[in-house]
Structures are given as structure tokens and as C-alpha cells.
Design a protein. Structure first.
Length: 151
């Protein structure tokens, strides 16, 4: 198949396929007329790369999986090097989850403090509006003067 058909079947662009080729992930085979040619194995390579990238793997991390498929294994994760990449990605994800958990706790603490401050301000405002609680000194003086009370 030609590059356009491979791109369509893989759900990607011809530009992306050329990039994979330039990075050595996709073989560069040419027909007698100079057109790039691909087969079903190449489609499997692209599908493997795209699946891993959907999981957050960078392009270079897909290389062991591609090499495993090229070596004739039935799956890209049938080789020890691929398993090492999985382990590395899991460690990276665990670290990110830990950092996100810490950030989440900090944001939750800030939210709780902000909500408490808002509730306290709203309570003070409600009490002031009802004449309960401390009123500003100038209002108290004006009120007392109107009632004719001694100050």
C-alpha cells in the first residue's frame, strides 16, 4: 500500500508517517517508481506507536516495542526491553500521582481556609445588618445620639 492508504488506515497523516520514517521507526521501502510502499506489518507498527502515545509514551519510548514487532514477535511488548519501558513509565506515573496528591491536598487546604474566611465574613455581615454583634463605633454613636442616650 502507498503512504496515503497507510495514513488513512492508521488514522494519522502522511506527514506523521514521514516523521516516523525519519526517526527510524517506520521502514523506508520504495517501489520502482519511487513511491513509498507499506504492508500490514507497517500498519501494526503505526498502531502500536499510536496506542503507546495515547497512553502518554513519548515517541522514543515506543522504539523497543517497534523493534520487537520488527523482530517478528506477535506483540510489541513481547520483548524484555519493552517491559523495561513499561516499568519505567509506571514509575514515572507513580511519581506524578504522588506529586498530584500532594498538590491536591494543598489546594484542598487553601479552599477550606478560603471558605471558612468567607463564612466568617458573611456571618459578621449578617450580624451587623441585624444589629447583633459589634457595630462600627460611628454607627453606635449616631444611634445613641438619636435615642437621646448619654455617650
Amino acid at each position: 500500500m502507498r503512504i496515503g492508504e497507510l495514513a488513512e488506515r492508521a488514522g494519522t497523516s502522511t506527514r506523521t508517517l514521514r516523521y516516523y520514517e525519519s526517526r527510524g521507526l517506520l521502514p523506508a521501502r520504495r517501489a520502482g517508481n519511487g513511491y513509498r510502499t507499506y504492508d500490514e506489518d507497517d500498519l501494526r507498527l503505526i498502531q502500536q506507536i499510536r496506542t503507546l502515545q495515547d497512553f502518554g509514551f513519548d515517541l522514543e519510548e515506543t522504539r523497543p516495542f517497534v523493534e520487537c514487532l520488527r523482530a517478528g514477535y506477535p506483540a510489541g511488548d513481547s520483548c524484555p526491553a519493552s517491559l523495561d519501558v513499561y516499568r519505567g513509565k509506571l514509575a514515572e506515573l507513580d511519581e506524578l500521582i504522588g506529586r498530584l496528591g500532594s498538590i491536591r491536598a494543598q489546594v484542598g487546604e487553601q479552599l477550606a481556609q478560603a471558605e471558612a474566611a468567607q463564612a466568617q465574613a458573611a456571618q459578621a455581615e449578617a450580624e451587623a445588618a441585624q444589629g447583633i454583634g459589634p457595630a462600627p463605633l460611628c454607627e453606635l454613636t449616631i444611634h445613641q445620639l438619636r435615642e437621646g442616650e448619654d455617650t
